[in-house]
Design a protein around this ligand. Structure first.
Ligand code: GLU
Length: 429
């Protein structure tokens, strides 16, 4: 990042304001949607393994629940702020609306580096989070899920804590749970595969051959791993690199292999936070390059699947002229300044809350299965996800064509219209 440090919420408001202008949105509706409806800030005391009590800062932001219960992940990250949680909650509202699933938007966070905690400390921290929030979450109120730094196992502990507090087994309070513990088959792959379903639709519209295309991916967490696997296995294309954060060196690296890139192998040498074992990668013929190398590669598709603000006013100029498409697996990877350059260059954009909506879509299926106490086979889950994402992509694409607007603006137009309609039908505005 150069210049001012990124404020993701300012970025989310800027994107929204731009489309609110295009839509001539009523001032009161605009005022309502620019801010979250509710926020919770709380302290979580946790007994650490050494016997000391450590206090963690927790958040939950509920942006809008006009279309259904609030829905969104829980992020554990050392640089989490209330503004990053606000931004992510706001994007969840648009994400659920663009996927047209009957849920609102929320997000939670804890300021912590989870890799520094033992298993027991993690369990006590997530149970502590539920103890602070349980009266304000629930299957009909607000349903958390995993995000950066949180895992299915943590969701399982949180479901257990909530069930104990309310006195009833309540699997639908949280999604992204482990399979066998109330989770849905296909949830692990869902976000990354969803990215691939939207890329497939974009290839069709742009007349590109997936088998002849190459991709470069930023990140190697849950989203990036399954996007890489899906790009190869579902689309028949090739991936040439991913990147990851090396905790020992305290910096990111790009791991590349132009001829023989195997995401399943890399997944097998990766820890639960997406860190690749450098020595094993090198021994298997991979090259270790600097953090930004992924963005400069000569490929047709780039998939930022890490954190916010990675393609910004400076780094946008590093994008190789060969790039035809950006598929945003991460939330908020592109700043408004970079968007203006991308639009100018004519690179096709699949915006974040459309591109990565597969995760929350399968979370929705998980809660439906929990409610019905009946679990679907994996292929059924993935086929239903594909159906929803294909429709969502085409709704946005058609809006972009008919209104002659950038894909991100079109996605906002589709999402805002649906949320406003629900608010009007409920008599809020
Ligand atoms: N954290 C994911 C996202 O940003 C999934 C949210 C969910 O499943 O509720 O979309």
């Amino acid at each position: 990042m150069t210049g001012e440090t990124l404020n993701a919420f300012r970025m989310a408001q800027q994107q929204f304001d731009h489309v609110a202008d295009l839509l001539h949105l009523d001032p009161s509706i605009r005022e309502f949607l620019r801010w979250p409806m509710r926020e919770f800030h709380f302290r979580i005391p946790v007994r650490m393994d050494d016997g000391e009590i450590r206090i963690f800062q927790g958040y939950r932001v509920q942006h809008n629940d006009a279309r259904g219960p609030n829905k969104g992940g829980l992020r554990f990250h050392p640089s989490e702020t209330i503004d990053s949680v606000r931004a992510l909650a706001t994007w969840m509202t648009w994400k659920c609306a663009v996927a047209d699933i009957p849920l609102g938007g929320s997000k939670g966070g804890v300021i912590v580096d989870p890799s520094t905690l033992s298993i027991g400390e993690k369990e006590r921290l997530v149970r502590g989070w539920v103890q602070q929030m349980w009266t304000n979450i629930g299957p009909r109120r607000d349903v958390p899920a995993p995000d950066v730094g949180t895992t299915p196992q943590m969701m399982g502990w949180m479901m257990d804590e909530y069930s104990k507090l309310v006195g009833n087994y309540t699997p639908g309070v949280i999604t992204g749970k482990p399979v066998g513990g109330g989770g849905s088959l296909g949830r692990t792959e869902a976000t990354g595969y969803g990215v691939i379903y939207t890329i497939r639709e974009a290839f069709k519209r742009l007349g590109m051959d997936p088998k002849k295309s190459t991709a470069s991916i930023q990140g190697f967490g849950n989203v990036a791993q399954y996007a890489a696997i899906g790009f190869k296995d579902i689309l028949g294309g090739s991936v040439i690199c991913v990147s990851y954060w090396d905790r020992d060196d305290r910096k990111a690296y790009t791991v590349s292999n132009d001829t023989d890139f195997d995401p399943v192998f890399l997944q097998s040498i990766t820890d639960q936070y997406g860190a690749i074992n450098k020595e094993k990668a090198v021994a298997a013929g991979y090259m270790i390059e600097d953090a930004d190398a992924w963005l400069k590669k000569e490929v047709e598709v780039i998939i930022p699947a890490a954190l916010e603000g990675q393609i910004n006013a400076e780094s946008v100029h590093w994008i190789n002229p060969s790039v035809k498409m950006i598929a945003e697996g991460a939330n908020g990877p592109t700043t408004p300044e970079a968007d203006a350059v991308i639009k100018e260059k004519g690179i096709f954009m699949i915006p974040d809350f459309l591109c990565n909506s597969g995760g929350v879509t399968v979370s929705y299926f998980e809660s439906v299965q929990n409610d019905g106490n009946y679990y679907w086979p994996k292929q059924e889950v993935l086929d239903k996800e594909d159906h929803i994402l294909t429709r969502a992509f085409n709704d946005v694409y058609e809006m972009a064509e008919s209104e002659k607007v950038y894909m991100r603006d079109a996605a906002y137009m589709v999402a805002i219209a649906r949320v406003v309609k629900a608010m009007q039908l409920r008599g809020w505005v």
